[in-house]
Design a protein around this ligand. Structure first.
Ligand SMILES: *Cc1c(COP(=O)(O)O)cnc(C)c1O
Length: 347
């Protein structure tokens, strides 16, 4: 196969569908919406949203009205909600494209003027978006509220006291504010058990394979496989350094391969000398600094040739593994995946 990209990024849509069904099972009969903001966490809003629709998802959340408009063209019949709220002066955009705003303040409720159904978010402890619990009494009556929601701050930490408190605060809001569906759980929240489920789950990262239970084995499967192209192999005969800053020394007898994936492709610079790549199943260390378009890997003693592909993300180096090596979270690895890869959708 003749390939001119530095990397082949393959995304298995049937795994994303299986993850959706796994989350539905965990919710045990409660409904499950899907969060496809930020281009479906970097994996491609169009193919991913269509696959999730096919798997039975009907309610979709994005962050921005712009993302909602894009999704409306992809899924004409979907129920689309905008987490970022009602952007000032743009109520007509929501109405034209049948987008449901999550009203995050009393002012937004006023600006919406009850045009059609809308969601209301109560801030139960995240202090990011939503109406403060002490202001609930000021919400006008007679609103057509669809989803009453809130968001966990620490659901990925087992038995965090703030999660228990957020469930209590949200339970009170559910009793005080009329609504059709109540929703509190992101991915990690779904794994806190039934008391956190209310009517509607709202997972994002877990659909895309990120572990929603970081303290234990990942119940989700990884749909992402990234292969990087070997563009040069160096047999080392005298000691020399690798890459910018000459941070790593190679010795005679070692072998280095240069791979056409770099920080401009979302392979974070903080992975320098930290990450592992797999060459036909054999672990090869990233050595020296990640540059814009390339990384160097130690392939001493391995069969490795120009033109070959190596696994940069795969079963043994998942987005969560890369995140751990880079000192970040899997979400950032996925949403950083670059635009230069040749993308292949499977399933
Ligand atoms: C992003 C987001 C989600 C999804 O969270 P995950 O941790 O990715 O499952 C759910 N609700 C809100 C309000 C969000 O911003």
């Amino acid at each position: 196969m003749f390939e001119t990209a530095g990397g082949l990024l393959s995304i298995d849509l049937s795994i994303i569908q299986a993850n959706y069904r796994r989350l539905c099972d965990e919710l045990n009969g409660k409904n499950c919406s899907v969060v496809v903001k930020a281009d479906a966490y970097g994996l491609g809003i169009e193919p991913v949203s269509k696959a999730l629709w096919e798997a039975g998802a009907r309610t979709f959340f994005v962050a921005l009205p712009d993302e909602g408009v894009e999704l409306r063209h992809i899924l004409p019949d979907a129920d689309i909600h905008i987490l970022g709220g009602l952007f000032k002066g743009s109520a007509d955009v929501y109405t034209t494209h049948n987008l449901v705003p999550v009203l995050n303040s009393l002012e937004q409720i006023q600006d919406w003027q009850n045009r059609a159904r809308a969601d209301i978010q109560v801030d139960t402890g995240m202090t990011r978006l939503g109406i403060a619990p002490q202001d609930i009494g000021q919400i006008p009556s007679g609103l057509n509220t669809d989803v009453l929601m809130s968001h966990f701050a620490c659901a990925d930490e087992r038995d965090h006291p703030l999660s228990i408190q957020q469930i209590e605060t949200f339970t009170q809001a559910v009793q005080q504010i009329e609504h059709t569906r109540a929703s509190l759980c992101n991915s990690a929240g779904i794994f806190l058990g039934e008391k956190a489920h209310f009517d509607l789950g709202r997972p994002g990262c877990s659909l895309y394979g990120i572990n929603p239970t970081p303290h234990t084995t990942n119940p989700m499967q990884n749909p992402v496989h990234l292969q990087g192209k070997v563009i040069q192999v160096h047999e080392i005969d005298t000691q020399q350094s690798v890459g910018y800053g000459a941070t790593y020394k190679l010795h005679a007898g070692q072998k280095l391969a240069t791979i056409a994936v770099g920080y401009a492709d979302g392979y974070l610079r903080s992975l320098s000398s930290k990450a592992t790549v797999y060459v036909e199943g054999q672990a090869a260390q990233v050595i020296g600094r990640v540059s814009m378009d390339a990384i160097g890997i130690d392939v001493s003693g391995m069969k490795c040739e120009e033109g070959q592909y190596v696994d940069v993300i795969g079963p043994n180096n998942t987005p969560d593994d890369l995140a751990k090596w880079a000192g970040t979270i899997g979400y950032e690895i996925l949403t950083s995946l670059g635009r230069r890869y040749k993308r292949i959708y499977k399933g």
